[in-house]
Design a protein around this ligand. Structure first.
Ligand code: ADP
Length: 499
């Protein structure tokens, strides 16, 4: 054991050294590992620092974007308010007043100028904010002198201090004495109305692209409102002119109508007077002729008798003509009283048929009548309406060839009776139809050359129908036949009864 003692110590020492070496190696390894971690940590710190910087930058940018979008929103609100204000009036001056107030109250611009073309095509200052009168005039005249700039504006270009090339920007700055501006044409469908300028003092905040957009939209809105106002004024003025013209014309027509009434009145008076004057000697002539024919004043030769009978017939025709003329004049002047009483239309037509049967028989003309049962009783002057039928049926017989047909129909619709007197005669040309109711108008045809007539029958029939508040008209086809239509109210109101 003792022999091993000297060996134990060095071995222990060697073991301790070995342990120490191993521990150093392990520590070194740990130190290396810590160093590696430190490098990584530093890198991470750097990265974090970068990210922090990025976050701050983004935050700044976000704030700026927020500010811009707030400004844009405010601008849009201002635009909406202003557009509503100016589009709800059609008075040009009122548009400028409202625009002036709204531009100052709702927009953030220090300087405003609005130039508008007047009716003589001269640009006039309509709104001026932060410019003296001279300042405004200077801006306008220097703008007008810059023909290239004016041309570009007229063609629709919007200029703003954000987007304008430096040289042009300088010229605009010179005109309006500010570096921050938007200059927009005022255009509408009918052309160029003027120019809107807005800006801020050179030392104040610059305008943005958003401002440019909003001002150009506002300028369009102004153009639209001005165009509407001017169109309205034009329409208003022309309607006024038209109204004056219509009034003048109406007055002229009333005067002319009054004159026609006077003339017509005088004509009626004249016809009445002449007819009365003619009637007395005509009665004497007829009386003397009749006495001579009877032979009471001595026998007269046959030839003289024949002539005297002709005198008699002609006198009768003349008396009929004078009576018709007198009746027309009386009805026209309102002196003829219609004796409106409840009558039987069938009865009136029957009377006419009885009266004219011999003439119809002569020509073998058939006769048909159809009256709706509900109109058997009607308020009218039977003797006057009988005259209408006599004239119409008399003509129908005259102008219908042998073996023809005459028919009378009467129907009731909405308290109005419509009567039709139709024939299968020679018909009437359209050119004559419009004049047939004129006094003394007769169509030029073979029958009229041989048949005597006055051209008064239809004029009298029309007057009588109108005195019954009715209407009369004709439909006809050459060689096919003619129908006279006339209306009569079933009953008459009190005022209508006395004509
Ligand atoms: P008159 O019969 O005395 O000539 P009217 O005033 O009664 O006068 O008629 C005017 C003209 O209207 C007639 O001359 C005739 O040419 C035309 N006329 C009237 N009724 C008829 C008819 N039923 N068919 C064709 N022509 C007619």
């Amino acid at each position: 054991m003792q022999q091993y003692i000297p060996l134990i110590f060095p071995t222990i020492c060697a073991l301790i050294i070995c342990a120490l070496v191993i521990s150093v190696i392990v520590k070194n390894e740990q130190i290396n590992q810590i160093k590696g971690s430190l490098v990584k940590l530093k890198k991470s710190f750097n990265e974090l620092d970068e990210q922090a910087k990025l976050i701050v930058k983004t935050d700044l940018e976000l704030n700026k974007a927020q500010e811009e979008s707030d400004k844009r929103l405010k601008g849009l609100e201002a635009l909406h308010k202003t557009a509503r204000l100016i589009s709800t009036t059609l008075d040009e001056q009122e548009i400028f007043n409202r625009l002036d107030q709204s531009l100052q109250a709702n927009f953030d611009f220090d300087k405003i100028l609005l130039f508008i073309y007047d009716k003589n095509k001269i640009l006039k200052t309509k709104i001026r904010v932060s410019y003296s009168q001279e300042g405004g005039e200077y801006a306008l005249s220097s703008l007008e002198k810059n023909t290239a700039l004016m041309k570009a504006i007229q063609e629709g270009t919007v200029f703003s201090s954000v987007n304008t090339p430096q040289q042009r920007k300088n010229s605009i700055t010179q005109c309006f004495s500010t570096e921050h501006f938007v200059l927009s044409p005022i255009l509408a469908q009918n052309g160029f109305f003027g120019i809107l300028f807005v800006g801020n003092q050179s030392n104040a905040s610059p305008v943005t692209e958003g401002d440019e957009e909003i001002i150009s939209i506002l300028a369009n809105q102004i153009g639209q409102s001005l165009e509407n106002a001017r169109l309205f004024e034009e329409v208003f003025l022309s309607s006024q002119a038209l109204e004056t013209k219509v009034q003048d014309r109406t007055k002229q027509l009333e005067e002319a109508l009054e004159e026609v009434r006077n003339i017509s009145q005088k004509k009626s008076e004249f016809i009445s007077a002449v007819s009365h004057e003619l009637r007395t000697p005509l009665t004497s002539i007829k009386g003397y002729a009749s006495i001579l024919i009877t032979g009471k004043l001595g026998e007269i030769p046959q030839a003289v008798k024949e002539r005297l009978e002709k005198v008699n017939t002609h006198s009768d025709n003349l008396v009929k003509l004078i009576n018709d003329l007198l009746d027309i004049a009386r009805i026209e002047s309102g002196r003829a009283e219609m004796n409106m009483v409840e009558s039987d239309l069938n009865h009136v037509i029957e009377n006419v048929h009885d009266l004219l049967t011999p003439q119809m028989k002569e020509k073998n003309i058939r006769w048909k009548t159809q009256v709706s049962p509900e109109i058997s009783s009607i308020i009218l002057d039977a003797s006057q309406v009988e005259r209408v039928f006599i004239n119409l049926v008399g003509n129908a017989i005259k102008f219908t060839p042998e073996n023809g047909e005459i028919s009378i129909n009467a129907v009731l619709m909405d308290s109005t009776v419509t009567v039709e007197v139709s024939d299968t005669g020679i018909g009437i040309a359209p050119k004559d139809i419009t004049r047939l109711f004129d006094e003394f108008y007769r169509v030029e045809n073979d029958i009229n050359q041989n048949v005597k007539g006055t051209g008064l029958g239809l004029a009298l029939a029309k007057k009588i129908v109108e005195a019954h508040q009715g209407k009369i008209w004709i439909t006809s086809q050459i060689n096919q036949g003619t129908t006279f239509h006339f209306t009569l109210p079933l009953t008459q109101t009190r005022e209508e009864k006395s004509v």
